[in-house]
Design a protein around this ligand. Structure first.
Ligand code: SF4
Ligand code: SF4
Length: 169
């Protein structure tokens, strides 16, 4: 039986359940922050990353992971509602200082959008935002009109009451 291996020339077969560096499926991430909230070691922070989907993830915020703190428990993966955070078998993490092992979204993202796709998504997000504003303005106008009508009817009602009272006297 082979016990000692000449790492890194020879790497042992890793088990299926191996938990290594995260992989972020950028097209699915909604930026909800559930991964950051559940992390017991507080090693996930949501940071800006411009090459995401502004329709799905309006603030374009994606996880950044500090591997100096990560204990590879997998809770962040289990809690992700979009199932877009997974753990790869990549276990080699090294750097000259702590900052080198803080991985930004661009370091762990897969399924990146092309420039054309990003332009189309930006346009889609702009239209959706415009539509949202238009609907909000319409709702505000309708509310104002309703309030004015109610006030008008109230004035009319009290006027009629006063006239009736005067007649009775
Ligand atoms: S990776 Fe998952 S849990 Fe984390 S922000 Fe994205 S969608 Fe939310
Ligand atoms: S694997 Fe565990 S410790 Fe590492 S980022 Fe996810 S929740 Fe935090």
């Amino acid at each position: 039986m082979e016990v000692t291996r000449l790492y890194p020339e020879k790497i042992m077969d890793l088990p299926d359940a191996e938990r290594g560096v995260h992989v972020l499926e950028i097209r699915k991430c909604i930026g909800c922050g559930a991964c950051a909230r559940i992390c017991p070691n507080d090693c996930i922070k949501l940071v800006a990353y411009s090459r995401g989907n502004p329709v799905k993830n309006k603030k374009l915020q994606y996880p950044q992971i500090d591997y100096g703190r990560c204990m590879f428990c997998g809770l962040c993966v289990d809690d992700c509602p979009a199932s877009c955070l997974i753990m790869s078998k990549q276990f080699e993490i090294s750097g000259w200082n702590r900052e080198d092992i803080i991985y930004d979204p661009e370091d762990i993202a897969v399924g990146l959008y092309s420039d054309q796709e990003l332009a189309e998504l930006a346009e889609e997000a702009r239209k959706a935002e415009e539509e949202k504003k238009r609907k909000a303005a319409e709702a505000a106008k309708a509310k104002k009109e309703k309030a004015a009508k109610a006030a008008d009817e109230g004035d009319k009602g009290s006027g009629e009451k006063a006239a009736k009272k005067k007649k009775a006297e």
